[in-house]
Design a protein. Structure first.
Length: 351
């Protein structure tokens, strides 16, 4: 039996090829792609922009996957956490963070994570599997659909989600092929058309893939650094034993030079581990020749982990050292911590 094609998994070029093999014109494929990725249709009967012959042929050869939230929680600060159960029973999470002029959606690229960062609850889950491009795209479409159904009014679908960050469950660059397909779908003007400056891909430090990303697509790069020396970073992040700081920062330097953009470095401050004055000074020294911004994130504490959040004075001193060295440095407030939706807290707690 021929396997059915999931149309949500296809880029516009792949969809045109698929429909071309069924003897349908490229113009019809463009309309179908727009219906799938902009209108968010979930049924072939909703594809009224093409005739019944096309709809029937597609229904025989393909499916349209979708996601519906298994659970939805809202934080006191307005952050919303969406929990999705996938077709095989795996559970993933996405987080919508509202701000004054934008609505940022943090999406997952894997179920679980193989990177094993000691401070991260997702890492404690272990790795279950990669998400397909359709499963990643469907997070975005499901969040938009839920916001529409809740009665919130916006002029266009893109106004419900203005920015995308691949900072949810998993390591995006470890699911590289599906990540690229996802980016090509979500950034296509015939679909939701996210601009390159509104999409950020985060990595814990897969240096070779940073080089690949620089060649393959234009998006923003965020790097989870969390330490400025190899001993501390390897203790917190096992990936550093494969790609040490010199190799990682060389890849970041090359990416910035190629893309003519700054790298965003994320640095979680953990009491007594990486929050000292010497850590800040070493960080300033290590990054001196990389155009960058630094986000400082005081650790989000968890009952199941022994790490602790530094006090406000320590955070302030750390940030002042970096600013004095000339770095644009922002201390990020924790969003959604009361619903376990903050950085490092996504762990599929729903059974």
């Amino acid at each position: 039996m021929t396997e059915m094609v999931d149309l949500r998994h296809l880029t516009s070029a792949q969809l045109a090829h698929f429909m071309g093999e069924l003897d349908f014109p490229e113009s019809a494929a463009r309309r179908v792609f727009s219906a799938l990725q902009r209108t968010g249709v979930t049924d072939f009967a909703q594809m009224t922009m093409v005739n019944k012959v096309i709809r029937s042929a597609l229904a025989e050869k393909s499916v349209i996957s979708s996601l519906v939230p298994l659970a939805l929680e809202q934080s006191g600060d307005g952050t919303r956490k969406f929990v999705f159960r996938l077709a095989d029973g795996a559970v993933i999470e996405s987080v919508l963070i509202p701000e004054r002029n934008r609505h940022t959606l943090c999406i997952s690229s894997q179920c679980g994570c193989a990177m094993g960062c000691g401070f991260c609850l997702t890492g404690r889950m272990g790795f279950i599997r990669n998400l397909s491009a359709a499963e990643i795209v469907n997070q975005v479409l499901a969040v938009i659909a839920q916001m529409v159904s809740s009665g919130i009014k916006r002029a266009t679908p893109r106004e419900y989600v203005t920015n995308l960050v691949f900072m949810g469950m998993g390591e995006p660059l470890a699911n590289y092929d599906n990540l690229l397909t996802t980016l090509r779908i979500l950034m296509d003007e015939a679909g939701l058309g996210f601009s390159e400056r509104r999409v950020t891909v985060s990595t814990c430090g897969l240096a070779p893939r940073i080089n690949d990303l620089g060649r393959d697509v234009r998006v923003n790069l965020a790097v989870s650094l969390h330490a400025a020396d190899d001993y501390t970073r390897s203790r917190l992040m096992p990936v550093n034993r494969r790609y040490d700081l010199d190799e990682l920062l060389a890849a970041c330097r090359s990416w910035s030079l190629l893309k003519k953009r700054v790298v965003l470095f994320e640095y979680i401050l953990i009491r007594g581990i990486n929050d000292g004055e010497k850590d800040a000074l070493l960080l300033a020294e290590k990054l001196h020749d990389i155009p960058c911004r630094i986000n400082l994130l005081p650790y989000n504490e968890s009952d199941s982990l022994s790490y602790a959040r530094p006090d406000d004075g320590t955070v302030l001193r750390f940030s002042r050292i970096l600013r004095a060295a000339g770095y644009t440095t922002i201390v990020r407030s924790s969003r959604g911590a009361d619903i376990s939706a903050a950085c490092g807290q996504l762990a599929s707690l729903v059974g």
